[in-house]
Every structure is written in C-alpha cells, then in structure tokens.
Design a protein around this ligand. Structure first.
Ligand SMILES: [Zn+2]
Ligand SMILES: [Zn+2]
Length: 88
C-alpha cells in the first residue's frame, strides 16, 4: 500500500504527511511522532474527541464505537501554512 493521498482544493492530491486538523476549532496536529511539537492528543484542546480511542483507530472520521471524532486529514502544504501562521 502506498502513501495515503489527501485531496486538497488549492493543492490537489498530495501524499499525506500525518497532519490532521480538528474540524471543531481548526487546530492543526500531527500524528507522526510524540517527540515533535503538536502531537495529536486524544482529546482536542477545544474539548472535542480528536481521535478514536485506542482500538478504534483506522476508522478516522467515521465515528465507530468510540463515537464522533473531529480529526480530518490535512494536506502537508496547508499544515505548513497553518504552522507558519500560528508561529507569527
Ligand atoms: Zn478542536
Ligand atoms: Zn493544501
């Protein structure tokens, strides 16, 4: 299986780089590495469930047994732009 693609309006289809966005508050997180900043928590800072509980992973956005969750895949270019905006 190849790298998952993200469909983004301005950027087209790009390889997903483990960036996610909370649909509730538009906070940008990553799930690449706990050692990196903004590692995705299970609950977003806005109080929504960002990720399904462990064991329910792999059904992102579908709301399995764990209920609704707010993470959506984010294009790496949009993630980069969001990080720059947050840093300035
Ligand atoms: Zn949020
Ligand atoms: Zn994009």
């Amino acid at each position: 299986m190849g790298k998952m693609l993200v469909k983004c309006d301005p950027h087209g289809r790009v390889p997903w780089n483990d960036d996610i966005i909370c649909v509730g508050c538009s906070a940008v997180w990553q799930c690449r590495s706990e050692a990196e900043p903004r590692y995705a928590p299970e609950m977003c800072t806005c109080g929504r469930r960002l990720l399904p509980p462990p064991g329910e992973r792999g059904r992102r956005g579908k709301g399995g047994k764990g209920g609704e969750f707010s993470a959506r895949l984010l294009c790496p270019k949009c993630a980069e732009a969001a990080r720059k905006a947050a840093a300035s």
